[in-house]
Design a protein around this ligand. Structure first.
Ligand code: NDP
Length: 293
C-alpha cells in the first residue's frame, strides 16, 4: 500500500498528515517538530488557527529540504474576495516562512455570499498560475457549493477537506468528489470531535466495534480508524500534542483491515455532524480578523 496519493494535477500528497487545529500557538512548533521527526511529511494548518508561525518555525528549525515537507493552509472567510485572498496568501506564507504553499484551500463556503467565495477561489487560481501554490482546493464544501464552484471557475479543486470519521462519513459528498477528481481529506479523522466536545460516551475511541477490531490487530482504536481511511483512499490529518500519540498515529503502515472489518466500520455512520453546519456559516457569526504577522 502506497503512502502517497496523487492530486488531480499530478502533485503527490502524503496519504497521512498532521493537523494542528486547537494546538495552542506556543505549543505548535514543538508538536510539529515531533511530527516531522516521527516521519510525517504533511502539516495541515489554517490562518484561523493562529498557529501558522509555529508550523513555519518548526519547519525552519527542522532543517528539512523545502520540497521534503508538504505544507497546507487555509484562507479564512474574513479574507474572501479576489484581492483579499491574494493578500491572505502573503500573510500565510510570511508566517509559514515559505515562498510556496503546497496546498492552499478555502476554509469554508460562504453560502450567503457565494460571489465572495468564487472571487476568493479565482485568487487561488491566480496563485496557482503564478507558481505560488502547487495545488488549490476547498474545505467544508457541500455538493451544491461544489456544483456552483465547478460551473463558475476553471480549476477543479484538488481536495475537499471535510469532517469524516466512522460516525460521520458523508458518502454522497465523497462520491461526488471522486466522480470529479476531488480528493477527500478527512478532518477529525479519528473522531476527535466526538470526544473533545465533552461527551466521552459518544466517542469513536470507545466504540465497541472499533475497539474489538483494534484488539484483533493489537493496535489502538485511533490506528484502526486511520487504517480505515488509508484503505478507502481518503487522506487523513490526525492531530495530537502528545509525542506518544503523534508516533502512534503514524504507526499504521504495518497492518491491513479485512474487507469485513472495513464494512463493519462503514456501518457505524450515524449521519450526525460534529462540526458546524456549513450552510449557516456567515461573516457575522464566524468572521474574525486575521492578523498581518
Ligand atoms: P482528530 O480526529 O485528529 O482528533 C484529535 C483529538 O484526539 C485531540 O483531542 C487529541 O488530543 C486526541 N488524540 C489524538 N491522537 C489520539 C490517540 N491516538 N488516542 C486517543 N486520543 C487521541 O480531530 P481534529 O478535529 O483535531 O482534526 C484533525 C485535523 O483536521 C485538525 O488538527 C485540523 O488540521 C483539521 N481540521 C479541519 C477542520 C476544517 O474545518 N477544515 C475542522 C477540524 C479539524 P491530544 O492532542 O491531547 O492528543
Amino acid at each position: 500500500m502506497t503512502n502517497t496519493l496523487t492530486l488531480n494535477n499530478g502533485v503527490d500528497i502524503p496519504a497521512l498528515g498532521f493537523g494542528v487545529f486547537q494546538t495552542p500557538p506556543a505549543e505548535t512548533a514543538e508538536a510539529v517538530a515531533a511530527a516531522l521527526s516521527t516521519g510525517y511529511r504533511l502539516i495541515d494548518t489554517a490562518a484561523a488557527y493562529a498557529n501558522e508561525r509555529g508550523v513555519g518555525d518548526a519547519l525552519k528549525a527542522s532543517g528539512s529540504a523545502r520540497d521534503d515537507v508538504f505544507i497546507e493552509s487555509k484562507v479564512w472567510i474574513s479574507d474572501y474576495g479576489y484581492d483579499e485572498t491574494l493578500h491572505a496568501f502573503e500573510k500565510s506564507s510570511r508566517k509559514l516562512h515559505v515562498d510556496v504553499i503546497d496546498l492552499f484551500i478555502l476554509h469554508q463556503a460562504l453560502p450567503g455570499a457565494f460571489d465572495k467565495t468564487i472571487a476568493a477561489y479565482k485568487a487561488l487560481e491566480t496563485l496557482l498560475a503564478d507558481g505560488k501554490v502547487r495545488a488549490i482546493g476547498v474545505s467544508n464544501f457541500m455538493i451544491d457549493h461544489l456544483t456552483t464552484l465547478l460551473d463558475e471557475t476553471d480549476v477543479v479543486p484538488a481536495v475537499n477537506q471535510i469532517e469524516v470519521h466512522p460516525y460521520f462519513q458523508q458518502r454522497d459528498l465523497q462520491d461526488f468528489g471522486t466522480r470529479h477528481g476531488i480528493l477527500t481529506q478527512a478532518w477529525s479523522p479519528i473522531g476527535g470531535i466526538t470526544s473533545y466536545r465533552g461527551d466521552d460516551s459518544k466517542s469513536t475511541f470507545n466504540d465497541p466495534v472499533i475497539v474489538e477490531i483494534a484488539q484483533a490487530h493489537e493496535k489502538s482504536a485511533a490506528q484502526v480508524m486511520l487504517r480505515w481511511h488509508i484503505q478507502h483512499g481518503v487522506q487523513a490529518i490526525p492531530k495530537s500534542v502528545k509525542p506518544a500519540r503523534i508516533a502512534e498515529n503514524f504507526d499504521v503502515f504495518d497492518f491491513e483491515l479485512t474487507p469485513d472489518e472495513i464494512a463493519r466500520i462503514d456501518a457505524l455512520d450515524t449521519g450526525v455532524r460534529g462540526g458546524p453546519e456549513p450552510e449557516v456559516v456567515t461573516l457575522e457569526t464566524f468572521g474574525r480578523d486575521i492578523p498581518e504577522d
